[in-house]
Design a protein around this ligand. Structure first.
Ligand SMILES: *[C@@H]1O[C@H](CO)[C@@H](O)[C@H](O)[C@H]1NC(C)=O
Length: 575
């Protein structure tokens, strides 16, 4: 059956539906779906290289050198041994961290680098070759060549003689190739001086000496270069690439759809092996669900239905192989539902599930969380998961470095923010000040905080939690998560002698605090005179606070303000 073919092909992918030829008994054979690229599969070696570069950019050139060494390639003769040997090198030389090795394997499994390599080939075949073929001495069959300031250099000796005649004349030449998005430039000590592109089929024997020489030039002459891939001459005859990580929907829209069974037409696109893998997955999982019995779907009562989700969760959690159990149950739940319901729900599992739903809301929607953040359904695919996993890993790495030397990290961060070399910008919103008060003395800090979300009783009484999970939850527009932590601090530098300042403190700020706005408010007396009112009121405020506490201080301002209002003339001016 070819059902969705033309439509999907138009977005660049060909999809073929293949049915199993190994029909078992009388039941109809299952439909297997696989998606293939319209282009030929790129060499595995390049996929490995590109995928490693995504995890760790610096590892690209060292690994390139190792994987293209003749001694390495002579051992790795099959794709399987190439894969295993490469991973061994990557591991042994710590090109990526242990955690990154897992995402590397996943990205190889879904061939996430293949489109990028195809972009190299596309660039070469549809732009570089037609463009250069206009020149008389261009050889399109040359498997490894350097774009030397507009000239194709296919012979290493020729390149060496160009270099020996001096590189100075090429500095700043307009004939230098432009750097593109897909370039991974080998850095050199001298920036932006000399740049060239090596076009190569990295599996060609000519590649290694060329690349070695260019690397030497980078070290000795500051010549930077980038590698762009050329397809091997027999590339087009390679098989297409089976893609993993995509889903497909089989939609029969019309009941009188004319189905032509063309399953025996010989399109066996690796289907048997995928059947084998599925069988293997099933047999490896010790599922104990009595597979051999004839499937009998018994209806559930309404009461049983209610607890089904939790029962399934318990079954999966307690399985020796939870992932396979989950896959198995979700693939054929009606078959197993009664068995799954049999054991009692354990109280700790019940407890954990209710705690979790208290955090995340009790609505009935299905959701997936990764480190506490919700992944929307439409983004639930391996490519996006890979991106999120990498981002989370990077964040965790950063936290680890921060925590290892918290003092240092904070100080460096602060220095960065208030770097004196940063000139005052026109818009003050971009200027950052460090408002933390480090002048603790026997009188306490000069900053007066009106509230403390982490200790004040009013936030406990209001039932606020301490968990930072709430920060992950989408908040209503204009509202902040209610957490008992001082995670937003607002400091007001005020001339306390001005009635407007007093007004601000005793009405607005005090109001915000009373109405549980989740911000910590602080007041810093602003003193500009030698011995003026600003200094005197600030000292008074300090004195009252130290002796009688914050409430007395606020009362003091209320009274002064009241007195001040009495002094107002009807026209608003002070007497
Ligand atoms: C990245 O690769 C380089 C070169 O192999 C290695 O020295 C470095 O430790 C790697 N960094 C990470 C974070 O894996």
């Amino acid at each position: 059956m070819r059902v969705l073919g033309p439509k999907l092909r138009s977005i660049g992918l060909a999809l073929t539906l293949v049915a199993a030829s190994v029909a078992s008994g009388a039941s109809s054979p299952p439909v297997t779906v696989s998606i293939h690229t319209p282009w030929a599969a790129p060499p595995l070696l390049l996929e490995i290289l590109e995928s490693v570069a995504v995890e760790n950019r610096t590892a690209y050139y060292p690994l390139l050198k190792q994987l293209t060494a003749p001694s390495f390639l002579s051992q790795a003769t099959t794709p399987k041994s190439l894969y295993e040997q490469s991973l061994k090198v990557i591991h042994d030389f710590s090109h990526v961290t242990k955690d990154a090795l897992a995402t590397l394997k996943l990205s190889l499994a879904i061939h996430s680098a293949s489109a990028g390599i195809q972009a190299h080939y596309q660039l070469y075949n549809s732009i570089i070759v037609p463009e250069r073929s206009k020149e008389p001495d261009f050889d399109p069959a040359c498997p490894v060549w350097v774009d030397w300031y507009g000239r194709q250099v296919c012979d290493l000796q020729e390149l060496k003689s160009i270099v020996s005649s001096g590189l100075k004349q090429y500095r700043g030449s307009i004939k230098a190739p432009t750097i593109m998005e897909l370039d991974r430039v080998l850095p050199s000590n001298e920036p932006y001086d000399l740049f060239t592109v090596l076009y190569a089929n990295v599996l060609d024997p000519a590649f290694v000496p060329f690349h070695q020489y260019l690397t030497q030039l980078a070290e000795e002459h500051g010549l930077r270069h980038s590698l762009r891939y050329i397809p091997a001459s027999d590339h087009a005859s390679q098989g297409h690439l089976s893609l993993a990580g995509f889903g497909a929907e089989l939609a029969l829209k019309n009941t009188d759809y004319l189905v032509i069974d063309d399953r025996d037409l010989g399109h066996d696109l690796g289907m048997q092996s995928s059947q084998k893998v599925l069988k293997q997955v099933e047999s490896e999982a010790d599922l104990n669900l009595g597979d051999d019995e004839t499937p009998a779907v018994e209806p559930l009562t309404e009461g049983q239905l209610k607890g089904l989700g939790v029962s399934v969760a318990q079954h999966v959690l307690e399985s020796k192989d939870p992932l396979n159990m989950l896959v198995k149950l979700t693939r054929d739940l009606p078959k197993y539902q009664l068995k799954v319901l049999k054991p009692e729900i354990k109280s700790d599992i019940q407890q954990e599930i209710s705690t979790n739903s208290a955090y995340y809301g009790r609505d009935e929607r299905n959701r997936v969380w990764l480190n506490g953040q919700t992944i929307p359904h439409h983004k639930m695919n391996p490519f996006n998961l890979l991106r999120i996993l990498r981002r989370e890993r990077r964040a965790i790495e950063n936290f680890k470095t921060l925590l290892r030397s918290e003092e240092n990290a904070l100080k460096r961060f602060r220095d960065l923010l208030i770097d004196s070399s940063i000139e005052m910008q026109e818009s003050t919103s971009t200027v950052v000040f460090d408002v933390r008060d480090t002048t603790q003395n026997e009188h306490g800090s000069v900053v007066t905080w009106l509230n403390d979300l982490s200790t004040d009783k009013r936030y406990v009484d209001a039932g606020w939690g301490e968990e930072l999970y709430a920060l992950y939850q989408p908040a209503r527009m204009g509202s902040f998560p209610e957490i008992r932590k001082n995670y937003i601090n607002a400091l007001f530098a005020l001339d306390l002698s001005s009635p407007e300042s007093m007004e601000l403190i005793v009405t607005e700020l005090a109001n915000f605090v009373q109405h549980l706005v989740p911000v910590r408010f602080g007041v810093l007396p602003l003193i500009r005179s030698e011995n003026g009112d600003d200094l005197k009121v600030a000292m008074l405020w300090r004195h009252i606070l130290n002796r009688n506490g914050l409430k007395a201080g606020l009362d003091f301002f209320r009274k002064v303000k009241f007195y001040d209002e009495l002094q107002m003339r009807p026209d608003g001016k002070r007497r």
